[in-house]
Write a protein of this length. Structure first.
Length: 212
C-alpha cells in the first residue's frame, strides 16, 4: 500500500478499531471495496437471512451484488407490494440473521452517528438482527459527535433528500432547516457509544469515499 492517502486511512482506521474494541464492537479495515466483499463472505454464513437499510455504500462496494449472487435469503423491501407487505418486510428485518447498513458518520473515538427519517435502519442497529454489519467509507470519519451531526446535515442529508425526492428544505436549498415537514429525514439522531452484545455489531472501514 503506497498510496499516501490510503496509508493515512490505515493509520486512522487502526485508531478507530481500537476504540471500537473498547466499545464492544468489532472493527475491520479494508483497502478497497473488493477486499470488503471478500471479508463479508467470511462473516456471513451461507443460507443466512439478510436485510439492509437505505444505504448507497451497500451497492457501491459490490456487497449487495455478491449477496444476490450467493446462497442467501434476501429480505428485499423493494419487492413488497403495498404498505402492509412493506411493514411485514421491515418487521422481518428485525429477525434477520444479518442486517447491513452504512453509517452517516463515525468519530475517531469509535462512536457511530446516524440520522434517520423512517428509522427502520436505526431500529435494526439498536435491536433485533443477530448481526449488524456497518459498511463505512473513510470519508465518513469525523472528530466528534457534534462534527458528525454537522457533517450529516450539510453533506449527507441534502444529496440523500434529492436522491429520494423528499421535498424537504435540504433538497430544495441544500441546507438543513431543522424542519418538521412530512418527509423530514432527521426524525431521530442516534449515537452508538457501546454495544452490549459482543460480536453483534461489526464495523468495516473501507479506504474509499463511499456513500454520502
Amino acid at each position: 500500500m503506497t498510496d499516501p492517502r490510503k496509508v493515512a486511512f490505515a493509520a486512522t482506521a487502526k485508531t478507530i478499531i481500537k476504540q471500537l474494541e473498547r466499545r464492544n464492537m468489532e472493527g475491520y479495515f479494508c483497502e478497497d471495496s473488493a477486499a470488503a466483499v471478500e471479508l463479508v463472505k467470511t462473516l456471513v454464513p451461507q443460507g443466512s437471512s439478510i436485510g439492509w437499510g437505505g444505504t448507497v455504500t451497500f451497492e457501491q462496494t459490490g456487497v449487495k451484488a455478491m449477496l444476490q449472487a450467493g446462497d442467501y435469503r434476501l429480505l428485499d423491501r423493494s419487492t413488497a407490494n403495498g404498505p402492509e407487505e412493506l411493514r411485514a418486510m421491515y418487521l422481518a428485518h428485525l429477525g434477520a440473521d444479518c442486517f447491513f447498513m452504512g453509517a452517516n458518520a463515525i468519530t475517531r473515538a469509535g462512536e457511530l452517528v446516524n440520522i434517520d427519517g423512517n428509522s427502520n435502519r436505526l431500529a435494526c442497529l439498536l435491536y433485533g438482527p443477530r448481526q449488524v454489519i456497518v459498511l463505512v467509507g473513510m470519508n465518513k470519519v469525523v472528530q466528534d459527535v457534534d462534527a458528525g451531526v454537522k457533517r450529516i446535515q450539510t453533506m449527507a442529508c441534502p444529496p440523500n433528500a434529492t436522491r429520494l425526492h423528499a421535498g424537504t428544505p435540504c433538497e430544495r436549498v441544500g441546507v438543513c432547516a431543522q424542519c418538521h415537514e412530512e418527509g423530514c429525514m432527521c426524525c431521530n439522531i442516534v449515537v452508538t457509544r457501546h454495544n452490549r452484545h459482543a460480536g453483534r455489531v461489526k464495523v468495516i472501514l473501507i479506504a474509499e469515499d463511499l456513500g454520502f
